[in-house]
Write a protein that binds this ligand. Sequence first.
Ligand SMILES: NC(=O)c1ccc[n+]([C@@H]2O[C@H](COP(=O)([O-])OP(=O)(O)OC[C@H]3O[C@@H](n4cnc5c(N)ncnc54)[C@H](OP(=O)(O)O)[C@@H]3O)[C@@H](O)[C@H]2O)c1
Length: 301
Amino acid sequence: MDSSVNITILGPGAVGSLWACYLQKAGHNICLWTRNSTPSEQLLSLSANENSSHQFKCNDKQALNDCDLLLITVKAWQVESALLPLLPSLSKETILLFMHNGMGAIDDLKEHINHHPILQATTTHGALKENNTNVIHTGYGNASVGPFNPLGKQCQFIQDVLNHSLPSVDWNPEINIALWKKLAINCAINPLTAIHQCKNGQLAQPDIHQYVMNICSEVHQVLQEENIEWTENELVSTVTQVITATSANYSSMNRDCFYQRKTEIDFITGYLLQRAEFHGISAPTNLSLYNQIKQLEENTL
Ligand SMILES: NC(=O)c1ccc[n+]([C@@H]2O[C@H](COP(=O)([O-])OP(=O)(O)OC[C@H]3O[C@@H](n4cnc5c(N)ncnc54)[C@H](OP(=O)(O)O)[C@@H]3O)[C@@H](O)[C@H]2O)c1
């Protein structure tokens, strides 16, 4: 029996290209969907444990019509503008799988997409798109995938598809909890490393670590109101572990600010602040970081 899945990848940047290569290696039919309609074919070289080369169809309307899975790997702030124009071309059975950092990007799209099975994923893999044709698997990690809506609950087989391609991927029926935990860690690390233009490891310095603790304290109040069972100690110790394990890395927000690109702050600290306001929680440290990043964006974009 042919168990290959027809997959279109919307936004083949670093993460999208990484999955494109591994999914094709595993035998699935992959089409890339980019911002511009030419060229109609794209060659990608994957640098990983084993280097490999891959040829993909690009912006193929028939492949989009026929895809079983649309894997959306644009940045959080690009989701709406990238996805809405494609919706009329999709079958209602097409599964939408969102893989980006931050939260809230699909909340406002619900009425447009809720007739599709919807999945969300979070990943700790590292990927770097060196140029148009080279993607580097910079760090091996894992991924979790789970349902966003009731139709998504019937699509657990997608975990197998992903797990056979780039393990390990687990199925998390409560993916919202995993997304909140990732967001909490991102709130503690990303804005500070972007504002101070430092590597993650520098957040362990005593003068700056106090800020990390203040952020965690505010974030934890919001987590409690969102019914995410994580003690403040667990949050702080996870953040500390991530800072240690990634001490030599630059966070994605650090890189976005360094290269004067728009950041995902609205879907990380911005989302936290929205939920804090909803619950009547004051979060002055996070608000100050949010404003500083917005100011940096305003000065450079
Ligand atoms: N890279 C990592 O190691 C990593 C790890 C974990 C999580 N993440 C998260 O994964 C998400 C993607 O990150 P990334 O590093 O892969 O970003 P990226 O390299 O910037 O990839 C995004 C891609 O989407 C494309 N795009 C934007 N708008 C589009 C549109 N309207 N139609 C088609 N394509 C469009 C971009 O094209 P252009 O080049 O034309 O703008 C780019 O190729 C982010 O939320 C990030 O935080 C990344």
